[in-house]
Unconditional design. Sequence first.
Length: 116
Amino acid sequence: MRRGKIIAKVAQKNSAVERLVAIFPEASPVRVPVLVVASRKEGRDLTENTVIEFGTSRVVFFFSRLPLELEEKILLRNADGSLGIEAIIIALQYEEGHRAIAARFLAEDRNWIIKN
């Protein structure tokens, strides 16, 4: 029974983003600050500064407090302008007041840091 308790403790330490990343074994850890922009019908964009925690050549993983949903399109931009791309949310997981997000780029971005 002791082994089960140890495994449960390790599982609790894993963040929701890390659990999403487990589905994408090619994902690498990164720390890229970005602005997430989610357009709303009434013309008021929702924005949030966050950090891309993991990424592949086409998928990024980050935490967000925005009310984002599956298949929602978002814009990701970094401060120096080298990243500015639309993405679609392909997976999310709720965790203590925020969401872990997996988003796939809608187009190839030659400036994106990870190349597979």
